[in-house]
Design a protein around this ligand. Structure first.
Ligand code: SF4
Ligand code: SF4
Length: 455
């Protein structure tokens, strides 16, 4: 398959980066690089989605890497995986060798799955500040995304997602769900929440989004980037932290930030050489000086959360402060105009400043859930799905179906608007389009079955 055919195949299938914010893969892959890295380093505590995919779809990942590597002209294909999965690594080594893919083992640290950190580990190269891996000669692709690419090579669209349901639920486990499945159904499939007043994280505990309560969760569905659903009791430290308002954060920054610079010294982006020091942003924020070029380097923050969940001895919120500062800079139309060079001198301490995942989980109050088995519980078969037309970075897809129309699983329901960055959206089950409402296509099954039995 030539490069253009490969890119068209990925585009047609509606593939987006599953491990991040959902960047359209056909745009990301349309590049020339020397290295392709499969990201199998799921680093958020409690999530086992990528490991499940690695255990069951190794050959598919190898096939997709070979096709992507050929399209991009890459001479090196590498799967990044944590050393703690040594058994899986040995099996994958044999399976992937047939496709010319090596396995690279990493320590169990956070955020090993950040594509820029993984790239540094595998190649020794840093992505320049505010740039993309392409500039460092690499494409980094999540293993789930690569499994989709392999399916696309067989003509299948992106219609289902595997996710981990964990934390305070009766039967934690992994599910495969059609896109648009209500997350409440996934929760029920896992026996429901244990606390009487649960809150939820969609995604991982470090970078996921907090959803306060069952009522709020009832408005959420499985999307192309949903890797996990974590239930916690209301008032859990992660919940409290997410509720802090700006006034409180500013008061705390002004009264209790001791400018120890632990947040800056442990910042993973700083440790790959980006000229960014978050304790200085804290100082400016405390004084109300965030609309200033002096703190424009805050745009380099990846919002990984190491500073506030692990580094800060005073319980400050540097990550959330950076989010606020980025917003203020946008409003004031101030951009970063400083150096874009990688400062290699800042990378010296990297090896000694990696955050062990286990210790991080302890700090997050997640220890009680860390060793609970999460078996694969089977496929969801919801009676209806509401498939968002925007599950990706860029413009929402333009609906190409109308209410009352019959669709088969895999049919196109949303097209990329002409000239826009975006991704196609497909029917995730066969049935009838019931409505196009609130930016989503609702499809109801004709037979309305209940959930499939546990496998
Ligand atoms: S680690 Fe905490 S106390 Fe120290 S400088 Fe950063 S925000 Fe301030
Ligand atoms: S969240 Fe904190 S540790 Fe992570 S990149 Fe931003 S400043 Fe650095």
């Amino acid at each position: 398959m030539d490069k253009q055919n490969f890119i068209d195949t990925v585009r047609s299938a509606g593939i987006v980066g599953e491990g991040g914010a959902g960047f359209p893969a056909h745009v990301k892959y349309d590049a020339s690089v020397d290295t392709v890295i499969a990201n199998g380093c799921e680093c958020e505590p409690l999530l086992h989605t990528d490991l499940h995919i690695l255990c069951h779809e190794g050959a598919a990942i190898g096939r997709a890497m070979r096709a992507l590597g050929d399209a991009a002209g890459a001479s090196r294909l590498v799967l990044g995986l944590k050393k703690k999965h040594m058994g899986v690594a040995s099996r994958l080594r044999e399976e992937l060798a047939a496709f010319g893919v090596d396995v690279f083992l990493l320590d169990d640290f956070y955020p090993a799955g950040d594509e820029q950190i993984l790239l540094r580990e595998v190649t020794g190269r840093s992505v320049p500040p505010l740039d993309i891996p392409l500039r460092a000669g690499a494409i980094v692709a999540n293993v789930g995304t690569l499994a989709r690419v392999s399916a696309a090579l067989e003509g299948k669209a992106f219609t289902d997602k595997i996710l981990t349901v964990a934390g305070e639920v009766a039967n934690p486990g992994l599910l495969r769900a059609p896109l648009g499945t209500p997350l409440l159904s996934c929760l029920e499939r896992c026996g429901g929440p244990l606390p009487p007043d649960p809150v939820f994280i969609i995604g991982g505990p470090m970078m996921g989004r907090i959803v306060s309560g069952l009522e709020a969760l009832s408005r959420e569905t499985v999307t192309k980037t949903t890797g996990g659903l974590i239930a916690l009791p209301a008032g859990h430290p992660l919940h409290k932290n997410a509720l802090l308002d700006e006034r409180v954060m500013r008061r705390r920054a002004a009264s209790a930030c001791i400018q120890c610079r632990a947040c800056s010294d442990l910042c993973p982006r700083g440790l790959i050489g980006h000229p960014f020091e978050t304790h200085l942003v804290m100082r400016a924020f405390a004084a109300g000086n965030e609309r200033s070029e002096n703190v424009a380097s805050a745009v380099m923050c990846s919002e990984c959360g190491v500073c506030e969940q692990y580094a800060c001895p005073m319980g400050m919120s540097p990550r959330r402060v950076n989010q606020r500062v980025k917003g203020a800079l946008r409003e004031a139309r101030i951009s970063y105009a400083g150096s874009r060079a990688v400062r290699e001198d800042k990378t010296f301490w990297r090896e000694w400043r990696k955050i062990p995942t286990r210790r991080l989980a302890g700090r997050l109050g997640l220890d009680p859930y860390m060793d609970i088995e999460t078996p694969f519980l089977g496929d969801m078969a919801p009676p209806a799905v509401s498939i968002p037309l925007r599950q990706h970075i860029g413009a929402p897809a333009r609906p190409v179906v109308t209410p009352g129309q019959s669709v088969a699983k895999g049919d196109l329901v949303g097209e990329i608007p002409e000239g826009s960055l975006g991704a196609r959206v497909h029917a995730s089950l066969s049935g009838t389009v019931a409505a196009i409402l609130d930016g989503a296509v609702r499809i109801e099954r004709a037979d309305q079955p209940e959930l499939t039995p546990k496998q």
